[in-house]
Design a binder for this molecule. Structure first.
Ligand code: TAP
Length: 418
């Protein structure tokens, strides 16, 4: 598999502009981001897991049943068999790669259903995988709806593992289907409402720049998008003023144009949901500081939007938007405990972030926050070598890093007496 993973990565590299163009047209991601992140990180993922293909091994374990010990106990890591993958529409090829590269490195075969609204890069990928010499039957891409194809994979008695990325609601349905069919192993990467806490002792220029990226990256269709920004009272007005000023400068338009910063939302139903989300926020008392409307041009364009004065009991403080909507709340000066408590008061636990120059404060936040990822003085910095996945209703199991391999392996324990 090592050679196949590397050949596939090379072929994706050779076709990266084509893949980025397809991804941009299909998902609305701006081309420059599609090239660097959607496709670029996919290629890195295949190269990273190529390195693991010949390093999967068990342990020799000392056991103490008898003296003198005439036992040898060791573990073997074995592939699970046929694995099913069901993926979402926000980073179509990257979500496929995060899961499939680990799954195949572990020696399995795979059946994947990409999102019905964005299946095109998965199909181009299937063509490249055949060219890379991956034997027929190892990678199977089946397009179609979740209710039909996704459900059939989750329910299939020959599938022994299901890796899913998508909403918490569908994650619950899938887990039930997997349990009721053949109790298949499940890993779930689900929704999030990730808190980003900005203390007054931060580098404010950086907090403004990365605070915007934490929300507007990939037009907010980013599972780790900061769902809520908590800003310390003494810098609150200045922070709001500056994010509004900078957001006004964002060029919204054709995603294929190299100077565009913000493309259209993925599909119409999603745009409609986002407009309703803003409307509820404003009706419940959040202040609309910028944006909030559909852009007057063909396509599913939404202005990057900023809501301030968001209170803990509001709908927009609790629910994930999955769109370019910044929700800003204030916290009292110096109230470290209080803001951490508020940041943790969510059923989600995917990611989190903190901006402060005080490392003790940052580490207190990192230790107290109940989320699978913590960013300190940065945001969105995922890496193929670092495990990624959530806590609580953001799911369980990891993509990326060494941890991801275990999602697609069985551990067999062998004991012999000699
Ligand atoms: P979902 O509606 O949950 O769809 C995800 C996938 O599941 C799609 O391929 C969908 O098919 C399929 N599906 C739907 N019903 C199914 C069923 N009954 N059985 C099996 N499969 C079924 O999510 P979405 O709208 O694509 O993506 C948005 C959500 O994904 C957000 O909540 C976001 O936070 C989350 N997300 C999380 C992460 C991570 S890493 N945690 C990454 C990206 C996105 P269709 O194509 O027919 O809908």
């Amino acid at each position: 598999m090592l050679i196949n993973h590397l050949r596939l990565a090379d072929l994706m590299q050779q076709h990266k502009e084509e893949l980025a163009t397809i991804e941009s047209i299909d998902s609305g991601a701006v081309y420059t981001l599609a090239l660097k992140t959607h496709i670029g990180m996919s290629i890195e993922t295949w190269r990273y897991f190529a390195g693991w293909t010949d390093k999967i091994m068990g342990n020799t374990i000392p056991i103490s049943h008898a003296r003198p010990n005439k036992n040898l106990t060791f573990t073997k890591k074995e592939p699970i068999g046929v694995c099913g993958l069901v993926t979402p529409w926000n980073y179509p090829l990257m979500m496929l790669s995060w899961k499939m590269a680990a799954c195949l490195a572990a020696g399995n075969t795979v059946v994947i259903k990409p999102a019905a609204v964005c299946p095109l890069t998965a199909l181009k990928f299937a063509e490249l995988s055949a060219k890379a010499g991956i034997p027929p039957g190892v990678i199977n891409v089946v397009t179609g709806s979740g209710g039909l194809v996704g459900n059939a994979i989750a329910a299939h008695p020959d599938v022994r593992k299901l890796g899913f990325t998508g909403s918490t609601e569908i994650g619950q349905v899938i887990m039930k289907t997997c349990a009721e069919s053949n109790l298949k192993k499940v890993s779930l990467e689900l929704g999030g409402k990730s808190p980003l806490v900005i203390f007054s002792d931060c580098d404010l220029d950086k907090a403004v720049r990365l605070g915007m990226q934490s929300v507007f990256f990939n037009k907010g269709e980013n599972c780790i998008a900061a769902g809520r920004l908590f800003v310390e009272a003494s810098i609150y007005d200045e922070f709001v003023r500056r994010v509004v000023q900078e957001t006004k400068k964002m060029t919204v338009g054709d995603p294929l144009n190299r100077s565009t910063a913000h493309g259209p939302q993925n599909h119409y139903a999603h745009l409609k949901k986002l407009l309703e989300y803003i409307d509820i926020g404003v009706k419940q008392g959040a202040k609309l500081r910028y944006g909030g409307k559909r852009v007057d041009r063909p396509g599913y364009f939404l202005e990057p939007t900023i809501l301030s004065d968001v209170e803990d009991n509001m709908f927009v403080a609790k629910e994930e938007s999955f769109g370019p909507i910044m929700c800003i709340s204030k916290f009292h000066d110096g109230d470290v405990e209080g803001v951490i408590k508020r940041a943790n008061a969510t059923e989600y636990g995917l990611a989190s972030g903190v901006f402060t120059k005080d490392l003790s404060k940052a580490m207190k936040f990192a230790e107290s926050i109940d989320a699978g990822t913590v960013f300190i003085n940065t945001y969105n910095k995922t890496d193929v070598g670092a495990p990624f996945g959530g806590f609580k209703q953001s799911g369980f199991g990891k993509d990326l890093g060494q941890d991801a391999l275990n999602e697609y392996l069985k551990t067999k324990c062998v004991t012999l007496e000699y």
